[in-house]
Design a protein around this ligand. Structure first.
Ligand SMILES: [Zn+2]
Length: 196
């Protein structure tokens, strides 16, 4: 289904932001074609996404995720929380898209990720046809509980991957909750500007 096809592409956006700025550029420029499932563009995007995930798992030196950092989980602390909050009405990929948008806005506030590019990330996700918002974000404290759940899932101290630039990830060990809440408000405004 189109909905699942588009949902999967949010993981491509995620891995591009983590590892390959040129690939993010490609996704950004190709988003409307990807949304329409244009075959050659889709094939390229899916292949590159798989390749980057695979390279991380096989060549990243941590195939069983024993280290505390889980870069492939970028955007996932909130996604894993929003999925059950919506009774899984939200697809995993849709939740990841929202989570990636949120953590990219946070990265812009805290770690110097270029703000225009953070907005381009949101726009790319919107152009792909995946949501930037779910109403569960109206209770931000409930969503922020996802940080503690994520820490427990990691089994040690909290380690969350954020971005300095496209293709340049960093790990942080605490989240500034008031800033994260204000990023939720910012995301609401960006989502409201999108045509229905
Ligand atoms: Zn995922």
């Amino acid at each position: 289904p189109d909905r699942d096809f588009r949902s999967g592409l949010t993981e491509a956006v995620k891995v591009a932001l983590l590892k390959d700025a040129a690939f993010f550029d490609y996704l950004r420029k190709s988003a409307s074609k990807l949304r329409r499932r244009v075959a050659n563009v889709s094939k390229e995007a899916i292949a590159r996404s798989c390749q980057l995930h695979l390279e991380h798992i096989t060549a990243g030196g941590d195939p069983f995720e024993a280290l505390e950092a889980r870069p492939l989980d970028f955007g996932h602390w909130s996604a894993h929380r929003m999925e059950p909050m919506t009774n899984y009405a939200l697809r995993h990929g849709e939740a990841v898209g929202i989570g990636v948008a949120l953590d990219t806005l946070y990265s812009a506030r805290k770690f110097g990720f270029p703000t225009p590019l953070a907005h381009a990330v949101c726009q790319t996700l919107a152009d792909l046809g995946t949501p930037l918002w779910c109403d569960e974000l109206d209770t931000p404290d409930e969503v922020l509980r996802g940080l503690e759940e994520f820490r427990q899932h990691l089994g040690g101290r909290l380690t969350v991957t954020m971005l300095k630039n496209p293709g340049e990830a960093i790990n942080v060990h605490e989240i500034d909750l008031p800033v994260m809440k204000s990023c939720i408000d910012e995301l609401r405004e960006i989502a409201e500007q999108q045509p229905v």
